[in-house]
Design a protein around this ligand. Sequence first.
Ligand code: ZN
Length: 151
Amino acid sequence: MRRVFARGGESPYFCQKPVKLEHVGIAVKDLATAVPLYTQLLNSPCYKTEEVAAENVITAFFLSGESKIELLQSTDPEGVIAKFIEKRGEGLHHLAFDVPDIVAEMDRLRAAGFQLLSDTPRRGADNKLVCFLHPKTTGGVLIEICQDTHL
Ligand code: ZN
């Protein structure tokens, strides 16, 4: 692997291959409408739905190559997805990147000046530990980092 740091302040973490786009999160009003739409669009069935009670959402997952599409429907009119749709309408909600060590990555991002939306990883859908980054520090895009807990 090519070393990209000058001496001093070296981070072996930075020399790892770039993080993979794990999934794209899309806020929808109604999975009953959105799941058939995405099934047709991707020509691939929804392989899993899962409620994440702590986040007030039901999720539905599709495979797209090595990445996934995560549809998110709110279960609570006051939930973050409901509020998002109220403000911006349905559509792209977040990008999620797979990281090998979420705690190390949170430390790295915090030190680099990104605003994390939780101090510790939270349990997300699809057997993941997750943490979100505030869009005001990421160029306007809500970013999720996630670590697979299957490994
Ligand atoms: Zn997500």
